[in-house]
Design a protein around this ligand. Structure first.
Ligand code: LCV
Length: 266
């Protein structure tokens, strides 16, 4: 790219009063969570915290068909490396949302895919239009999802729904998600922005210290699942079999070649 071309920002942040809004803005790639986009999101959350923002709204452009297509598949490592390890940018983004002192409200229109589902489920509230859908897709790519990610899903959904979502990799509708308590509100698209703003304002009027400490308590309690070193090592060993498998390589290859994967079970 010659130096005259300025890279389009991948996020559009703004602060109105005590409410920060982040618009994810890379529609050409269906808001895929690339390293660059994730870095911009984390930097914005940190800047909002430094400004004392009391509520955050995380959204895409109005009317999108795809809120986010999930982890940027081209950023997924192949050749025997854990694709979702501690330092994976997606994991850093989930932690940044969970550790943001202000509640983060995911305002959803359109499809939420894969790792973006975990990002949305890690948010404190989810307010969605009827057009929203949620799909958890590791099985579609042959990816071994990681332990804290599975815990995010378990904390967001009843176990049988987690199993249906991870085993089928099929989207569930906003209407079904609302009925299951996975999202806080389903709101007509025309009212979505105003409704979400009203919820954010009601949070911003309350005591920020009390809220940030209750948010951190809930994060710690929700993550308080004792797992012995022996069990954790067993999980990591099982995950390694997956990320070293031919199926994982086939999942990545098929996506890039825009064809259906043919999984062998090896
Ligand atoms: C890179 C993309 C992507 C993308 N990455 O538009 O949860 S896990 O474990 O699975 C985790 C590892 C994860 O999150 O993996 C990614 C999971 N995501 C998905 O399975 C969704 C993949 N995307 C799609 O199914 C379609 O793109 C949807 C249905 C989201 C949108 O379909 P649509 O027909 O509107 P295209 O498929 O034509 O995509 C437009 C451009 O965005 C790229 C895609 O490669 C294409 O790029 P080119 O124009 O250069 O061909 N793109 C879409 N998703 N996750 N790139």
């Amino acid at each position: 790219m010659d130096d005259l071309q300025v890279e389009k920002p991948l996020v559009s942040p703004r602060i109105d009063g005590q409410i920060g809004t982040i618009v994810i803005d890379n529609p050409e790639k269906r808001n895929a969570l690339s390293h660059g986009l994730i870095e911009a999101l984390i930097a914005t959350l940190e800047a909002f915290a430094a400004e004392g923002v009391r509520a955050v709204i995380l959204r895409a452009r109005p009317g999108v068909k795809v809120w986010s297509s999930g982890h940027d598949v081209y950023d997924l490592p192949s050749g025997g490396r854990d694709p979702l390890g501690w330092d994976d940018p997606l994991r850093e983004l989930v932690r940044a949302i969970e550790e943001c002192p202000a509640p983060v409200i995911a305002m959803i229109e359109g499809g939420v895919w894969g790792g973006a589902c975990e990002v949305v489920f890690a948010c404190d509230l989810i307010i969605a239009a009827p057009s929203a859908t949620f799909a958890v897709t590791p099985a579609k790519l042959g990816v071994p999802y990681n332990v804290s990610g599975m815990l995010t899903f378990m904390n967001a959904c009843p176990m049988r729904i987690v199993k249906e979502m991870v085993f089928t990799a099929k989207p569930i509708s906003a209407q079904r998600a609302e009925g299951l308590g996975i999202i806080n509100h389903m709101v007509p698209s025309r009212d979505l922005e105003a409704f979400t703003q009203t919820v954010a304002e009601s949070i911003a009027l309350n005591a920020p210290l009390s809220i940030s400490v209750m948010k951190e308590q809930l994060r710690m309690l929700a993550g308080a699942h004792p797992m012995s070193p022996r069990r954790f090592e067993r999980v990591q060993g099982l995950r390694r079999i997956v990320w070293e498998s031919e199926d994982y390589e086939e999942g990545l290859r098929a996506f890039k070649q825009k064809r259906k994967p043919r999984f062998s079970g090896r």
